[in-house]
Design a protein around this ligand. Structure first.
Ligand SMILES: Cc1cc2ncn([C@H]3O[C@H](COP(=O)(O)O)[C@@H](O)[C@H]3O)c2cc1C
Ligand SMILES: O=C(O)c1cccnc1
Length: 343
């Protein structure tokens, strides 16, 4: 199995897609051909069929399975909280990590339901990143270190990887990443997060504008270091390590998608193995998915983060593969095919 290249320079990552494993068309075609033989009208399982072929191409087999689903939730703290952009206090990040470890959060319930093994990784919570209105969030070395920690957490034997995050203030950070990478107005990327009202949102947009203006002229992955969070850098590292092991990824909502936006801006092919679990109610997410060229699996008006949308969507992947692997073919079941198909 190819291993992930060394995280030795941020800008080198832009060239990684050429050396990382690619989608295997033959396996995807074998899966699509099997779908045509199963006891249902062609195409009637809709997106479930497309998902089965997607998993086939990345797992390099016409009959993919999900025996092991890994969920990783990364947590980080943010200096930008000093700007008063978040309704909840920063201590909630560590308190929620304790809640994850005790099994009391939404992500614990949804991973339990969908059969994902959850690991929570807190990244230097006592040392928040720098306030992005004043300095780069992370040095290159700090960002590479967080990426490496994310990559090292990936179980190379997993069949699918779910990613999530926890970090008070990171809806502001995510808006800054999107504004820096995709333009528009800062206000187009700012939303309520954990409950900012109209005045709070206006203040968030002003903070995002100032931060992005301060860190102009950077390459996409340098933007991650300048504006992002450690939990977001770790998500990028995990996405790349998963790719090296041919593990498809289920991203979560706005904050998780914003985390990987620098990879997309560096080279969209770096995210070819990633699905998006759900469309967040955070208004920037729909815009961001347009920019990433992705469609979310679910649209449930959720805006929590933690990986909850990814964990819920894992049930859909399981449904796709239950049908793909468990259904009888027309020949096996003695069911007559469509007359046009037999001609
Ligand atoms: C109790 C609680 C649990 C959470 N779980 C995820 N988030 C989510 O909210 C945060 C982002 O919103 P903002 O930028 O407004 O702080 C992130 O930690 C995200 O994971 C939570 C937030 C809270 C308060
Ligand atoms: O969609 C998300 O990731 C999100 C939205 C609001 C708050 N926390 C997370």
């Amino acid at each position: 199995m190819p291993s992930c290249p060394e995280f030795s320079s941020l800008d080198a990552i832009a060239g990684w897609a050429e050396t990382l494993p690619a989608f295997d068309r033959a396996s995807a075609e074998a899966a699509a051909a099997r779908q045509m033989t199963l006891t249902k009208p062609p195409g009637s399982l809709g997106q479930l069929e497309a998902l089965a072929s997607f998993l086939a191409g990345w797992r390099e087999t016409g009959r993919p399975v999900i025996d092991t689903a890994q969920a990783l939730v990364f947590a980080g703290n943010h200096g930008v909280c000093a700007q008063g952009v978040n309704p909840f206090p920063q201590e909630v990040t560590a308190q929620m990590v304790a809640n994850f470890e005790a099994g009391g959060a939404a992500i614990n319930q949804l991973c339990g339901l969908s059969g994902a093994a959850l690991t929570v990784i807190a990244l230097d919570l006592d040392t928040p990143t720098a306030d992005i209105t004043e300095a780069p969030a992370m040095s290159e070395a700090d960002c590479l270190d967080a990426m490496r920690r994310g990559a090292d957490a990936v179980d190379p034997n997993a069949d699918v990887l779910l990613l999530g995050e926890m970090g008070i203030g990171n809806s502001t950070i995510s808006a800054a990443l999107c504004h820096a990478l995709f333009g528009l107005d800062a206000a187009d990327w700012v939303g309520p997060g954990t409950g900012s009202d109209a005045e709070g949102r206006q203040h968030k947009a002003e903070v995002v504008s100032r931060a992005v203006a301060r860190h102009a002229g950077l390459s996409p992955i340098q933007v991650l270091a300048a504006l992002g969070g450690r939990e977001q850098a770790a998500i990028c590292g995990a996405v790349l390590a998963a790719r090296a092991a041919r593990i498809p990824v289920l991203l979560d909502g706005y904050i998780c998608s914003a985390a990987v936006a620098p990879l997309h801006a560096a080279d969209p092919a770096l995210l070819a193995h990633c699905l998006v679990g759900h469309l967040s109610a955070e208004p920037g997410h729909a815009r961001l998915l347009d920019a990433l060229g992705k469609t979310a699996i679910l649209n449930f008006d959720m805006a929590l983060g933690e990986g909850t949308g990814a964990a819920l969507a894992l049930n859909i992947l399981r449904g796709a593969l239950a049908c793909h692997n468990g259904m009888a073919t027309f020949a096996q079941a003695g069911v007559a095919g469509a007359e046009s198909a037999e001609a």
